[in-house]
Write a protein that binds this ligand. Structure first.
Ligand SMILES: CC(C)(COP(=O)(O)OP(=O)(O)OC[C@H]1O[C@@H](n2cnc3c(N)ncnc32)[C@H](O)[C@@H]1OP(=O)(O)O)[C@@H](O)C(=O)NCCC(=O)NCCS
Length: 179
């Protein structure tokens, strides 16, 4: 089993990374990393990071992130739930957030805890090392049982109930949970 921390380098996507052979078993995500990720970076729309094996050069996992916000949902129940732990004077309509736009683990290594380690890494990064305030991690998770289970198991929660039948479900993780 591979350790992301010990066996891999974290690389910010650049022209020298060879992505031609990566697959995480999801065509949409494979297409994104192969064809679109660089363009998104050039347009400043998202940044893609890859965990690359130090000796084999194999891409083990990747994720793309962008600045985002969690807006007033017009649903006081959700808003109250999110705002409850924020001191009253600091409560607001919008909270700073980071969106995980894409995340994929190389199929060969699926179900070995690697995706969870990637999420832990992202949580730590935006909780302790971020250059700006960031309260939430957001993700539009594919509405598939294994994906929802993956995020729920990693402490994410559903933002709304009205997207239950949609293609993706909005989920969030409150970084304040990490002290
Ligand atoms: C979803 C994905 C990122 C999960 O990464 P991973 O490294 O396989 O996940 P982990 O091993 O950390 O799994 C953690 C938990 O997620 C759930 N899970 C992950 N894969 C699963 C599967 N194939 N079937 C059922 N549950 C699954 C389980 O609850 C698992 O815990 P367990 O193994 O103790 O039961 C990875 O499978 C992937 O890249 N899939 C294709 C792309 C994708 O769907 N990305 C999500 C974009 S929103």
């Amino acid at each position: 089993v591979i350790s992301l921390q010990e066996d891999c380098n974290l690389i910010r996507l650049n022209d020298s990374v060879n992505i031609t052979t990566f697959t995480c078993g999801h065509d949409d995500l494979d297409d994104f990393i192969k064809s679109d990720a660089k363009g998104y970076m050039d347009s400043l729309l998202s940044v893609t990071y890859l965990f690359i094996h130090k000796t084999s050069g194999q891409i083990i996992a990747f994720f793309s992130v962008s600045n985002n916000k969690l807006s007033d949902l017009g649903n006081s129940k959700v808003r109250n739930k999110l705002g409850r732990k924020v001191p009253y004077p600091k409560r607001r309509k919008d909270y700073p957030a980071v969106l995980i736009g894409r995340l994929g683990v190389c199929s060969e290594y699926a179900r070995h805890g690697i995706g969870s380690v990637v999420l832990d890494f992202i949580k730590g990064w935006f909780r302790y090392e971020n250059k700006t305030g960031c309260k939430f991690i957001l993700v539009d998770a594919y509405n598939e049982e294994k994906v929802l289970k993956f995020y729920l198991k990693n402490g994410f929660d559903f933002l709304i109930e009205s997207d239950k039948a949609a293609q993706t479900r909005s989920m969030y993780f409150d970084l304040k949970r990490l002290e």
